[in-house]
Design a protein around this ligand. Structure first.
Ligand code: SF4
Length: 209
């Protein structure tokens, strides 16, 4: 399985030499807030909002100081903005009170923050801090299942399976590659197996002889 993972990485790296998150961000604080905003919302929509939002809210303290109705107004173009505004306020409050306004650098600490699950925590750890992180979003989960890296459905269990198969130094890159592959070729409804460079390694390839 480890061999297969290495081959998948090698081939997908050729296809996506600049694989990364679609969310744009300048620091861990921004990526954390954006990850909360991006739940049941497109990354594109979050990217459209980010410049104006972070001109106003540069730190967790800025969010804590702002009235809730103002924050709601500032993110009102986003799905479920009222619920998300409350979560962002609580998350920033906890960041200020428990972590001195700094974003913690471990998944275990980060998941203590309101609104932050393992997916978001790993996204920040891998995306903003450049540390090893397996990010299991819906694309990574689907592609990993199809290839045959896991038979689990629960994202936390899929994360565990992938952590065992993929060398730690490649966790983040591997996540970005599967994420990009899931968005471009291994689509949810109609995977384009005929264009896929890892068909011979994939348990679900439709065109495999
Ligand atoms: S072969 Fe098909 S199912 Fe397998 S990873 Fe490629 S696109 Fe997805």
């Amino acid at each position: 399985m480890r061999d297969k993972a290495l081959k998948v990485i090698e081939r997908l790296e050729e296809l996506y030499p600049n694989a990364r998150l679609e969310l744009e961000y300048d620091n861990a604080f921004q990526l954390l807030i954006e990850a909360i905003l991006a739940a049941q919302e497109s990354d594109k929509k979050v990217n459209e909002l980010r410049r104006e939002l972070f001109n106003k809210y540069k730190t967790p303290e800025d969010v804590v100081k702002a009235p809730l109705d103002q924050l709601e107004k500032d993110i009102s173009s986003i799905n479920f903005y009222r619920r998300k505004a409350k979560l962002i306020k609580k998350c920033c409050q906890a960041l200020v009170e428990e972590f001195g306004g700094e974003i913690p650098k471990s998944v275990e600490e980060m998941v203590k923050l309101p609104g932050v699950g393992r997916k978001t925590a790993n996204m920040v750890i891998g995306g903003a801090f450049g540390l090893p992180a397996i990010i299991v979003d819906r694309h990574v989960l689907r592609v990993a299942q199809r290839i045959g890296f896991t038979d689990k459905k629960d994202p936390d269990k899929v994360e565990q399976d992938l952590m065992e198969i993929v060398p730690k130094e490649s966790w983040t890159k591997f996540s970005f590659l599967l994420l990009n592959h899931g968005k471009n070729i291994c689509l949810a409804r109609n995977p384009k197996c005929e264009e896929c460079p890892i068909c011979d390694l994939c348990d679900s390839c439709k065109t495999k002889l």
